[in-house]
Design a protein around this ligand. Structure first.
Ligand SMILES: Nc1ncnc2c1ncn2[C@@H]1O[C@H](COP(=O)(O)OP(=O)(O)OP(=O)(O)O)[C@@H](O)[C@H]1O
Ligand code: SF4
Ligand SMILES: [Mg+2]
Length: 438
């Protein structure tokens, strides 16, 4: 593992470019949840039909969609994204705590997606998970020693004496007093409880640990201590981590490479330094820009994200980020300057939100001071302005939306590109059509 002060080629030092060293390969992994309520919740009725029920209209939450990446042995892959973007669902699907809707999950060359029963159970000891809330993941009625021993027992490891010895050893390794073997979880602090979780995960000698927001519930000062212990253990036990966090500073501290998720999809993946210094997806750029800047002169939050995250039940077509993207690409069929396109987008947003007093605003002056676009685009803008002027806001909004935003390549094709990295040599994936020519 490396930190911010480590030279950029640290990932190469780990041999992460070696194909043979791939520990986990996730290919096209998709997880949908059926959200239809109750037995009759999803039934649809055809008003023109004879019978009352014509189909079962399922409401699917498309939590994870077509995600592919690799994790190399010994590295930490950070996974970051806003709340609800599917990080935990992806993690639980990879560990086969959830059954994937589609895709391959190749761990040490075997497809876990198709595995079940005893074979899957035996693979599980190689893959452990640590959760955010160290309190609720520890049974309050069990002594910590027994908690650490439980997975060993479940996997039939060692005899009871051997397990106790190993548990005491592990408690020490994670920075706890082995004398506290008989204490209960409530006698420990939050950071210590997360260390107990670490000892428990390590007890079955895993190769791979998925850490789902393991330090998010801890104070910042404690976070660093626990993260440092995790790095030490990684070196000592040769561990590979998939490390989930929404906090970019934590991700930066711990990761070798970083994957960014938005609304169920991977939008960018690169070496840590490449991602932080040379982000290529507008969503990553916005996330990085929203990190508080410790410069009192910089009061504005650059490129702060607009609007809400759309529902994963009905995500936008093409690029899922397009409804919030400040760089949405102009439809190819119109001939517009950058300024004209910027005006069209500002006008579209304002009409959608009805954010101006229509009787008091000179729309051409307000939104198209640089000039209304010419040609067909101009005709559409003029028609929309007329609609607004007569109070037909929805008609104007629909016309703008269907004529511009929906015609963009961003709405019509799913982006999927590799870009040349500026830092290091590892692949840099960016799901954004701005890279369609690179
Ligand atoms: N069992 C479930 N049934 C239906 N929908 C679910 C289920 N689990 C998760 N979801 C939905 O899937 C989406 C992804 O949720 P998930 O918990 O994976 O996000 P997350 O990135 O881990 O968020 P957070 O940062 O808040 O932990 C959300 O819209 C969530 O509501
Ligand atoms: S594909 Fe289009 S909408 Fe998506 S991030 Fe790139 S520019 Fe923005
Ligand atoms: Mg989560």
């Amino acid at each position: 593992m490396s930190d911010a002060a480590t030279p950029p080629d640290s990932a190469t030092d780990l041999g992460v470019e070696d194909e043979d060293e791939t520990l986990l390969r996730v290919e096209g992994v998709t997880k949908h949840f059926d959200n239809s309520r109750g037995i009759l919740g999803g039934l649809t009725v055809d008003p023109n039909g004879d019978g009352p029920v014509v189909g079962f209209d399922k409401e699917m939450v498309r939590a994870v969609e077509d995600v592919s990446f690799e994790v190399r042995r010994g590295e930490t892959l950070g996974l970051v994204g806003e709340s609800g973007c599917g990080k935990s669902t992806l993690a639980r699907t990879i560990l086969r705590l959830l059954k994937p809707t589609a895709g391959r999950i190749e761990f040490k060359g075997e497809d876990l997606a198709e595995m079940s029963g005893e074979r899957l159970r035996s693979r599980r000891s190689d893959m452990q998970m640590i959760f955010q809330d160290p309190q609720s993941s520890l049974d309050p009625r069990m002594e910590v020693g027994r908690i650490v021993e439980e997975p060993m027992q479940a996997h039939g490891m060692l005899d009871s004496e051997g397990r106790e010895e190993r548990a005491r050893e592990l408690l020490e390794k994670v920075g706890l007093d082995p004398q506290h073997y008989n204490r209960y979880p409530h006698e420990f602090s939050g950071g210590q409880r997360q260390r107990i979780n670490l000892a428990r995960a390590l007890s079955v000698n895993p190769d791979f640990i998925v850490c789902d927001e393991p330090v998010s519930a801890l104070d910042v000062s404690i976070q660093a201590q626990v993260l440092n212990t995790m790095r030490r253990l990684q070196d000592e036990f040769g561990l590979t981590y998939l490390f989930i966090a929404h906090d970019l500073s934590v991700i930066r501290h711990i990761s070798d490479r970083v994957a960014v998720m938005y609304l169920g999809q991977l939008v960018e993946l690169a070496d840590k330094e490449e991602l932080f210094e040379n982000p290529q997806h507008p969503y990553t750029q916005a996330l990085l820009d929203s990190i508080p800047v410790p410069d009192p002169r910089k009061t504005e939050t650059r490129g702060a994200l607009e609007g809400d995250v759309p529902s994963p039940i009905d995500p936008p077509s093409g690029c899922r980020f397009r409804t919030r993207c400040p760089k949405l690409i102009a439809p190819a069929e119109y001939d517009m300057s950058d300024e004209e396109w910027a005006g069209v987008r500002r006008f579209t947003r304002a009409v959608k939100r009805r954010s101006f007093e229509r009787e008091e605003t000179d729309l051409r002056q307000e939104f198209f001071a640089e000039g209304v676009p010419g040609g067909e685009a101009g005709d559409i803008v003029s028609a929309a302005i007329e609609s607004v002027e007569t109070g037909e806001w929805s008609a104007a909004a629909d016309l703008l939306q269907s004529s511009f935003a929906e015609q963009s390549i961003c709405a019509r094709e799913e982006p999927d590109y590799e870009v040349d990295p500026e830092y290091g040599t590892n692949r840099h994936y960016a799901a954004c059509h701005l890279h369609r020519e690179s």
